[in-house]
Design a protein around this ligand. Structure first.
Ligand code: PEP
Length: 258
């Protein structure tokens, strides 16, 4: 059964105490939700400094995991301020977000660098949540599909089939991230189907149909169900709405109801 995931990307928010309280509150509110029934997973991606503590809190839990928001591509060395994937694994991470649009734009991370990061995450046995997304102008010009194809081609299509089968893709239109301008369910479905068809063309049917493709961009408790009910939308990567237990839990419930 295909994995359905709701991942919360906290970005640079919360104090240590707030981080712990938020995770505990979400877990408490999820008590009655049977995540295993439909292969539903919940992922927390807090700031780096809270990973170790939250890793201990989540240790041994089923279908609830920890993610890092970023990583470096090298296993060790003189890279001041950076963190290697093995270090993330050591503190309990199972996932790493790669290529978030904020990393691409503010930190000038190139497709080539994201390719190396994806390789590093897979080599360490972790799961990359690979983000792709077009700018508003791309959509206005109608070039959104070629932009996405190019991002996938440059950073993922060198992977062997068995590696590709371990990747999670998050489609996050840049114009929808943190803007309140959510993609319509039709826009999301159209792009997710395009991504799946592209993977089928490059790899095969089995790889494409087992691939988890998340939607991200102003997804919230109100619009999650209509986005997640689309055939090719397998959950969400959630920013702002993952910072409040009630809204995050509502989104998780919307995903598990599919
Ligand atoms: C994100 O940053 O990955 C994201 C989807 O943010 P938001 O939900 O706040 O738009």
């Amino acid at each position: 059964m295909k994995k359905r995931i709701v991942a919360g990307n906290w970005k640079m928010h919360k104090t240590s105490r707030e981080a712990e309280d938020l995770v505990k509150e979400v877990l408490e509110k999820l008590d009655t939700v049977d995540l295993k029934k439909h292969n539903n997973h919940v992922v927390f991606a807090p700031p780096f400094v809270y990973l170790q503590n939250l890793g201990k809190l989540l240790q041994g839990m089923t279908n609830i995991s920890l993610a890092a928001q970023n990583c470096h591509s090298e296993p060790k060395g003189a890279f001041t301020g950076e963190t290697a994937v093995q270090m993330l694994k050591d503190v309990g991470c199972e996932y790493v977000i790669v290529g978030h649009s904020e990393r691409r734009s503010y930190f000038k991370e190139s497709d080539a660098f994201l390719k190396q990061k994806t390789d590093a995450v897979l080599a360490a046995g972790l799961t990359p949540i690979f983000c792709c997304g077009e700018m508003l102008n791309d959509r206005k010009n109608g070039t959104q599909q070629s932009v996405i194809r190019e991002q996938l081609e440059q950073s993922l299509f060198h992977l062997e089939k068995a590696e590709m089968q371990r990747v999670v893709i998050a489609y996050e239109p840049v114009w929808a991230i943190g803007t309140g301008m959510t993609a319509s369910p039709e826009q999301a479905q159209e792009m997710h189907a395009f991504i799946r068809n592209t993977i089928e063309e490059v790899y095969d049917h089995n790889t494409a149909h087992h691939l988890t493709i998340l939607y991200g961009g102003s997804c919230n408790a109100q619009n999650a169900a209509s986005l997640f009910s689309n055939a090719d939308v397998d959950g969400g990567l959630i920013g702002g709405a993952s910072l409040v237990a009630d809204s995050f839990v509502e989104i998780i419930k919307a995903n598990s109801a599919q």
